[in-house]
Design a protein around this ligand. Structure first.
Ligand code: BDP
Length: 690
């Protein structure tokens, strides 16, 4: 094929290098026109030298990737290909692109270099289809401006959490034993991989900022600048987790009080130095006054005072502060039933709505407690119309099987994104983040996720966990996508169609293994939204009473009569009152509450009959037996791909499915036995319970 890349800029250089690489060995020819001076900074891909500016490529061309702008479009763009799509002549923006195919030429046009890069990856997704027939012009723009991954990576190995906190894919891709991870090719490949999913921002160190990591902001800034240089060609901006105590621990000041002038000056000057070194630095990520991290409360100040301090220092450079809403009392007394951890984020932040600076993004976990496989959507999202929000997902599978269990999380995330915080027909969470205006003007927001990548050979430990990374990026680009369609994309990009036997085998098998895997995981773990019956040490495997009498505030309250947390206004913690109608009423009522959340909101007798028609106790037994059977079926299905997919991938997944089955059986037996002993109610179907 013949390809023409037209335009100047670092990211256009990347596009050119990518196309050269794709064509290498296939007899294709790639030309470059209108290249500007920035191509000196092209990534090291061994690209062919660009053609002189303005010189058209000779002969017919199959694909043109062209930047509109100061230079005229090259003649290779067929007449009509540059016309706006019917009904959509709005600007393409910094990252959008227009794709079409006219007169046998596939054309991608963009107004900014990043758009061309995303346009290229769009073609890669289309594959051969991008070069057949005519394709009507279509404009593509990301629904969300910032699509961000947070790495919980420590620079130095932490005695409890290791190199990566809650990391299940080996060591850190960024850091190794106190210093940078020297594998620069791997880092470039990571940038490329992320750009292909649509991710455009990354935070490179843990939100729990320890002493070594704190210094990334000052005397170890060069390490951050190096990462920024490696990721910049792929349109990814680097952010840093900072400690709120930095003026004390790094600056030697006696205080970090956000209203103290010395503290403000310190942040201003420190931030100025960061931007002098990294001009496109993204901003700061802060976990403050939470789980032992320092924050403004020490000085009697609130979260708005704290966030606005950093926002002020960043604003003049175009940076943002992601301030996490994951704040609660982690030293509570388990005997005090009046404190409810689910209430905490709303109680802390809702009263502050309207006080945050415009470049503060309040980063809210999708559920009110902590990344459980099933939680209601956080009430904070509806409560803060005057605040820019990010919804935080957990791609790393801390509570969903730790990349030993196959658990495709996109259906969970889609449920969150499709949730309507004010009830139908009002806006969805996706609408809120995309900036769709409501009764009050709404600010657009971000989608953020805790990353699942490490230095593992398969990136994510479990090769199938890559589907979660891919789906996160795609849903952040377009939160209205269907999870099954996203999975199709990932399968086609990841596994070549088998050359012998049934060409649909790989696709069908992966759907059979992954489509329902999140619900399967839910079936064999904590029932009906009660959460946290997990081993408290590592959060892997069952721990039926592991958290029941601890300080963390995550209880199920099972006794001989019933189970669940009463969060009603009538008799419980009042958490249901944090939702606007209709959800405040729906969740308040055990009759109206959706089955899957019943024990999150209500303490009910074991004989309580669900909407499904079975009792709570029978539901527990049935789902736990079914969950194990489903994992067995997943394992058998995967077995049929032996010899069809790469042997190394097959072995790794097979090993993990064996472990998933072992662990699911352990969950089933412990949960069923626990509830049988508590309730004394036998299984109606007479299955063996220990
Ligand atoms: C919890 C994790 C803990 C994190 C915390 C957070 O167990 O390691 O530090 O979330 O989000 O789920 O800050």
């Amino acid at each position: 094929r013949r390809v023409l890349v037209h335009g100047a800029g670092l990211l256009v250089d990347t596009v050119f290098a990518e196309v050269v690489r794709a064509c290498a060995g296939h007899g294709g020819r790639v030309d470059r026109s209108a290249a500007g001076p920035s191509s000196a900074a092209a990534p090291e891909h061994g690209a062919a030298p660009p053609r002189p500016e303005g010189e058209p490529a000779a002969g017919p061309v199959d694909l043109v990737l062209a930047l509109r702008g100061p230079h005229p479009l090259p003649p290779a763009v067929p007449p009509g290909a540059a016309a706006a799509p019917a009904g959509d002549d709005g600007p393409l923006g910094d990252e959008g692109f227009l794709s079409t195919r006219v007169d046998g030429v596939t054309v991608v046009l963009a107004d900014a270099p990043a758009g061309l890069l995303y346009g290229l990856f769009h073609l890669v997704r289309l594959g051969e289809a991008a070069f057949t027939g005519d394709r009507p012009a279509r404009a593509h723009r990301p629904a969300l401006r910032r699509r961000m991954l947070d790495h919980w990576d420590n620079v130095a190995v932490h005695p409890d959490m290791g190199q990566v906190e809650r990391g299940y894919a080996g060591g850190s891709i960024f850091w190794h034993d106190g210093g940078p991870n020297g594998d620069r090719d791997r880092l470039r490949a990571y940038g490329r991989l992320l750009a292909a999913t649509g991710v455009n921002a990354i935070s490179v160190n843990n939100v729990n900022v320890h002493a070594t990591e704190a210094r990334l902001l000052t005397d170890r800034l060069d390490d951050v600048a190096d990462l920024a240089d490696l990721l910049r060609p792929y349109g990814i901006r680097v952010h840093l987790s900072v400690t709120f105590a930095a003026p004390v621990v790094l600056g030697g000041l006696p205080t970090a009080d956000p209203l103290d002038d010395r503290v403000r000056d310190w942040w201003d000057e420190t931030t100025r130095r960061v931007y002098a070194r990294i001009p496109d630095f993204g901003g700061y990520l802060v976990k403050a006054d939470s789980e032992g991290q320092p924050g403004p409360a020490t000085y009697g100040r609130d979260h708005a005072d704290g966030a606005n301090l950093l926002a002020g220092a960043l604003a003049r450079h175009g940076g943002v502060v992601h301030w996490r809403a994951f704040v609660y009392d982690h030293r509570r007394d388990w005997r005090d039933r009046s404190i409810d951890r689910a209430r905490a984020a709303y109680d802390h932040f809702a009263p502050l709505d309207g006080r945050f600076a415009d470049n503060v993004v309040l980063q809210v976990k999708y559920g009110p407690v902590d990344f459980q496989p099933r939680e209601p959507v956080s009430p904070v999202i509806a409560a803060m119309p005057a605040t820019r929000l990010a919804v935080e997902l957990q791609v790393t599978q801390e509570y969903t099987g730790q990349q030993w269990h196959a658990c495709y999380l996109a259906p969970l995330w889609s449920e969150v994104l499709d949730f309507r915080p004010w009830g139908p027909p009002e806006r969805t969470v996706a609408d809120v983040l995309a900036g769709v205006p409501g009764p009050e003007p709404r600010r657009d927001g971000d989608l953020v996720a805790v990353a699942n990548v490490g230095d593992d050979r398969f990136w994510c430990g479990h090769p199938l966990a890559q589907a979660n990374l891919y789906a996160f990026g795609r849903l952040a680009w377009d939160p209205y996508l269907d999870p099954a369609a996203v999975l199709d994309e990932w399968i086609d990009l990841t596994f070549p169609a088998p050359t012998v036997g049934d060409p649909a085998l790989v696709r069908e098998t992966l759907h059979a293994v992954l489509d329902d895997s999140w619900r399967t995981y839910e079936r064999y773990t904590a029932p009906l939204g009660v959460g946290f019956m997990v081993d408290p040490d590592g959060h892997y495997g069952p721990g039926v009473d592991g958290y029941e009498y601890s300080r963390w505030g995550t209880y199920h309250y099972a006794d001989r009569d019933g189970v669940g947390v009463d969060r009603t206004r009538a008799t419980g913690t009042g958490f249901t009152g944090q939702y606007p109608p209709p959800w405040s009423q729906v969740y308040e009522s055990p009759e109206r509450c959706p089955d899957e959340l019943l024990l999150f909101f209500h303490h009910v007798p074991y004989g309580h009959v669900l909407h499904s028609g079975v009792t709570v106790i029978q539901h527990i037994y049935d789902t736990h037996f079914a969950g194990v059977e489903q994992v067995g079926a997943m394992r058998d299905r995967w077995g049929r791909l032996a010899g069809v997919v790469d042997q190394g991938v097959h072995d790794r997944v097979a090993e993990r499915l064996d472990e998933q089955l072992r662990c699911a059986i352990e969950w089933r037996d412990q949960i069923n036995t626990y509830f049988f002993r508590k309730s004394g109610v036998p299984d109606a179907r007479g299955r063996r319970i220990y």
